[in-house]
Design a protein around this ligand. Structure first.
Ligand code: NDP
Length: 279
């Protein structure tokens, strides 16, 4: 499944929509200097620039206190020129991620991590949903993978990938199993999957013996090793799977394209072009 090609198409449509709306501002906040996070931020800014989204780059040192980060988020919440806010994770250990996510104005929460947006998803409504889970669903749709009635197995239960994608699959009427580090006999579950999503962060943890013949396999993992980038799915799975996303060029570019779509969506909410649900 060619995520790079689909993402390029999404970005070119987005460019027109952004031009029509006028100015869209996306603020990213990076705390510390984790090399992986720096690469993600750079890619996000480059892609934003290409579609005409104004990216605002906020950086804080690794020893930043939680209060100082909350103050910055508060300023971005108040800043009318900022439509979307993304706080790059992981955050340093002195900072409670949940408190930070709670502090982001829900209408600007382009990662869909504020409990309001996460709760909306739980209820079956899509307001702002994380870019990676949305990107995965778009890929399944593009390649006409039947989701309704299918057995989907998601390995990984993070707030940013595993849980929201499981929820989207459930809303699309898949039967969903979620695996994690305490799952016993993971292969027994994965072998039953028509759709297998691997979001673990361990090179090659999904091997060919763990995959049903013809299954659609989505490799979310991005693992940097001395010999380059690797996914969570072992290359041997290509022999068994009906569809497979490559790493790189699969879910990664979809995440970036869908993040930019979320920034546009947030800008539409803020301008009243879309109604943001309010209690
Ligand atoms: P997290 O570390 O937050 O979550 C990993 C999950 O994998 C946890 O739920 C953990 O279980 C589970 N896990 C760990 N070991 C095992 C195991 N042996 N068997 C089964 N499950 C296991 O990671 P993220 O969700 O943030 O990211 C996952 C991967 O996806 C990473 O490689 C990351 O870089 C990549 N990623 C890629 C993106 C893209 O755009 N392509 C976007 C976001 C992430 P438990 O909960 O029990 O600890």
């Amino acid at each position: 499944m060619d995520g790079a090609a689909l993402a390029a198409r999404i970005r070119s449509e987005l460019k027109q929509d952004v031009a029509e709306l006028g100015d869209v501002g996306l603020a990213t906040v990076l705390v510390g200097d984790d090399p992986g996070s720096e690469i993600y931020i750079r890619l996000k800014h480059k892609a934003a620039g290409e579609v005409g989204i104004r990216a605002i780059d906020k950086r804080l040192p690794a020893d930043t206190s939680e209060d100082d980060l909350l103050e910055l988020v508060g300023e971005l919440n108040e800043d009318d020129s900022v439509d979307g806010i993304l706080v790059q994770t992981p955050l340093p250990s002195q900072i409670d991620e949940a408190r930070v996510m709670l502090s982001i104005e829900p209408m600007k929460d382009v990662d869909g991590l504020h409990p309001f947006n996460a709760g909306q998803l739980f209820f079956g409504h899509q307001t702002l949903v994380g870019a990676t889970p949305v990107g995965i669903m778009r890929l399944l749709d593009e390649y006409r993978i039947p989701v309704e009635g299918a057995h989907a197995v998601v390995v990984g239960r993070s707030l940013i990938v595993g849980r929201p994608v499981a929820m989207l699959l459930l809303h699309a009427n898949a039967t969903v199993t979620i695996g994690h580090s305490r799952t016993q006999d993971l292969a027994r579950h994965t072998r039953a999957a028509d759709i297998l999503v691997a979001a673990v962060g361990k090179v090659g943890i999904i091997t060919a013996e763990m995959v049903k013949s013809g299954a659609a396999v989505i490799d979310v993992g991005i693992n940097r090793t001395d010999d380059g980038l690797h996914g969570d799915v072992d290359p041997g799975v290509a022999e068994v799977a009906g569809h497979l996303t490559p790493v790189p060029g699969g879910v990664g570019p979809m995440t970036i394209a869908c993040l930019l779509e979320n920034a546009l969506r947030a800008a539409r909410y803020r301008r009243g072009a879309l109604a943001f649900p309010r209690i």
